[in-house]
Design a protein around this ligand. Structure first.
Ligand SMILES: Cc1cc2nc3c(=O)[nH]c(=O)nc-3n(C[C@H](O)[C@H](O)[C@H](O)COP(=O)(O)OP(=O)(O)OC[C@H]3O[C@@H](n4cnc5c(N)ncnc54)[C@H](O)[C@@H]3O)c2cc1C
Length: 452
């Protein structure tokens, strides 16, 4: 039986990133992965969806080409799109395997379970560890009451099956539901989203999700909000108001549950919560003093970059290195046309918490680069507290995923809006909307009419 400084179970963005970082710190590391390295993110999550979304954007721009381009005809070859997605995934997962090898991480391809307080079984092998990290991620949640054979499917099914029929109902208007809606509509399906909350993307401010709702409706995506699902039958979704919707497939996108199946955490004295999440303290330590858990398996925010950052933080602690990421602020992006990117506090959260705040806003339509690109449907909103410290920002519009980054810096480093507004922003760029919104916080946006 070999003993490692660190054994990590699960090779997703938490596990494989943690393994490489641990090796960089000089620890001996084994990574155990039951399926494919890269986890949900690379194989059935972030990367496949973004490959499809990129196609969806291309299709959107062909269907809505600018006046100067006439697109007579184009065909969508779904087989090719799915094949390209596989190529992208294989390139990335192959790259991760090569990196792990290069860093001397022992990769064991099997499912792992705890045998006692400091040993893990993976296939026929027993490994002993000084420290271990559980990074087994999450899986789609389809409650039994909503599962109908050959009708209800999850995001993984959608990402792996080009032929879904002509129409789809997506139950859940969260990030995954919205991204799949945009993709499937672009691929030619009739799409309906059913969301029981009064708006899609319920955690975000309504004024920031409205442009997405408007654009979805314009594209022909049907949005039903404020009504839950009463029952699902084969080919049919019955809403709480007794309205019946018919479709070829129904995608359930109502959340994901922690993956602890066959892990036997209790054999190592690890406690699990009501939803199956591994219970951890603020340092991600489980009830076993040598075992941590990070990523989707601990519940809470389920994002790849957060999973990686949690792993890096734990590994820095284990290796006693002053190199831990700041986990106080986690940006998030919902991809569609338009995209929505956020950091820190939303306006509704600031109101709920009674925080004194000011808002700076600016519209893409008044930005020269946005106009010249024909990308005028967007807006930015920045929140600062009474001391002018940045506390949150949302951008809905073209390029929001990258534009949010200076505001991630501002919010995370507790900077003042006036400090970020003192920087010079290159012209003509979309980044100038950030400057305008920062200056709007002080009533000084140059390209906004004078306040009365
Ligand atoms: C459709 C979709 C789109 C998404 N898009 C985004 C996005 O754009 N941006 C973003 O930040 N996040 C996105 N996410 C979320 C993101 O994929 C997850 O937050 C992230 O993958 C979590 O990383 P993780 O390492 O905790 O778990 P996972 O990525 O789930 O990896 C866990 C790994 O552990 C393995 N495993 C499980 N049990 C065992 C065991 N007993 N033994 C050995 N191995 C085991 C699994 O096979 C898996 O490979 C998306 C998710 C989905 C489903």
């Amino acid at each position: 039986m070999k003993t490692y400084d660190l054994v990590i179970i699960g090779g997703g963005p938490a596990g494989y990133v943690g393994a490489i970082r641990a090796s960089q710190f000089g620890l001996s590391v084994a990574l155990i992965e039951g399926k494919k390295v890269g986890g949900t993110c690379l194989n059935i999550g972030c990367i496949p969806t973004k490959t499809f979304l990129s196609y969806a954007e291309n299709i959107y721009h062909m269907k809505n080409s600018r006046k100067g381009i006439l697109v007579d005809k184009f065909n969508i070859n779904k087989e090719e799109i799915y094949k390209e997605k596989e190529d992208v995934v294989n390139k990335l997962t192959g790259g991760v395997e090569a990196l792990l090898k290069g860093y001397g991480v022992t990769l064991i391809k099997d499912f792992a379970s705890f045998t006692d307080n400091n040993t893990i079984k993976a296939g026929d092998e027993i490994l002993s560890f000084k420290k271990a990290i559980i990074a087994t991620g999450s899986k789609s949640l389809i409650p039994k009451s909503l599962f109908i054979e050959d009708y209800t499917v999850d995001s993984t099914y959608v990402l792996e099956n080009p032929e879904l029929g002509k129409s789809v109902i997506i139950v859940g208007g969260g990030v995954i539901g919205c991204e799949l809606a945009f993709i499937l509509k672009s691929f030619g399906m009739d799409v309906t989203i059913v969301e029981k909350m009064p708006q899609i993307l319920i955690n975000e401010d309504k004024d920031m999700t409205r442009p997405i709702e408007t654009s979805f409706r314009k594209k022909g995506i049907k949005l039903i909000t404020g009504v839950g699902v009463k029952k699902i039958e084969k080919g049919k979704v019955i809403l709480e108001n007794d309205k019946q919707l018919i479709s070829d497939k129904c995608v359930i996108a109502i959340g994901r549950i922690p993956n602890t199946k066959n892990l036997d955490p209790e054999k190592a004295g690890i406690k699990v919560g009501e939803k199956g999440e591994i219970l951890v303290n603020k340092d991600f330590l489980t009830h076993n003093k040598n075992i941590y858990a990070v990523g989707d398996v601990v519940g809470g925010i389920q994002l790849a970059h957060y999973a990686s950052a949690m792993a890096c933080k734990v590994v820095a602690g284990i290796a006693e290195k002053d190199y831990a990421p700041n986990l106080d602020f986690i940006p998030s992006v919902t991809y569609s046309i338009p995209e929505l990117a956020t950091i820190g506090m939303t306006e509704k959260k600031a109101k709920e918490e009674g925080i004194e705040y000011r808002v700076g806003k600016f519209m893409y339509a008044a930005n020269g680069k946005a106009l010249s690109m024909g990308e005028t449907g967007g807006a930015i909103k920045i929140l600062a507290n009474k001391d002018d410290k940045l506390i949150g920002a949302s951008i809905v519009g073209h390029g929001a995923d990258n534009l949010i980054m200076p505001l991630v810096v501002g919010v995370s480093l507790n900077l003042k809006a006036s400090d970020l507004a003192k920087l010079v922003y290159p012209h003509p760029t979309l980044s100038e909307i950030i400057l305008e919104a920062l200056e709007d916080l002080h009533g000084k946006a140059i390209h906004k009419p004078k306040r009365r």
